[in-house]
Design a protein around this ligand. Sequence first.
Ligand SMILES: [Zn+2]
Length: 249
Amino acid sequence: MFLTDMTWPRVRDLDRAIPVVLPIAAVEQHGHHLPLATDSLLLAEVVRRAERRLPDGALFAPLQWLGNSHHHIDFPGSMSASPRVYLDLLQDMAETFLRHGFTRILFLNGHGGNVIPAKQAIFEMRQRLRERDDLVLLFTSYWNLADPQNGQFTQPEIGHAGEWETSMMLRIAPHLIEGDPSLLESVSPALGFEPAYRGWTTRERSKTGHIGSPQLATEAKGEHLLATFADGVAAFLERMRESGGGAPV
Ligand SMILES: [Zn+2]
């Protein structure tokens, strides 16, 4: 069920153990061919499909489109909350639900730049609320909940405006794709200095803004990705529902 469709008395009457999903995405450059809202559009589609699979099994908050995208800010149109502002914003979003008695909260992410601040946000919240034994505070990106590899994909992971995201956009919003993605070239995901983690900006990794291989995208791959990820989200929410609260599962 979607929070924004409900009255407050209906929310008041919900079981407090229902998983509360906070979808978090971004509005940022996605190369020459995909729109700025790509991450938000794709996460919204995954959420829409997952909600249909368990209509009464989870409470979905509205998608937060502003993400931590400072690494894309050199590309016009990209919008970003700086990491510390973003971290506080996420904590306020989650604490609203805690204040109303909900105990199981999942940040469902659709943008790589949100990963570090969102993990920090829930880690800090857990320390602040350390006396509580009933809380389950979780973060995941939707692409981590199911493995779509079926031998068709060249990219091993989601990348940025590459094979995976371009395929999904071909499936849900082909009218927003500019030019012919099949003419684009691969951009390597390597950061250099592996296995160390390197501070980076997109500008130094990609001239166009994409990372990966958008020329390999197809609508059929997009449908497979979206269906797989929606199944993964729904299965994970079932797992949250069945968990006994604070104990590891
Ligand atoms: Zn993206």
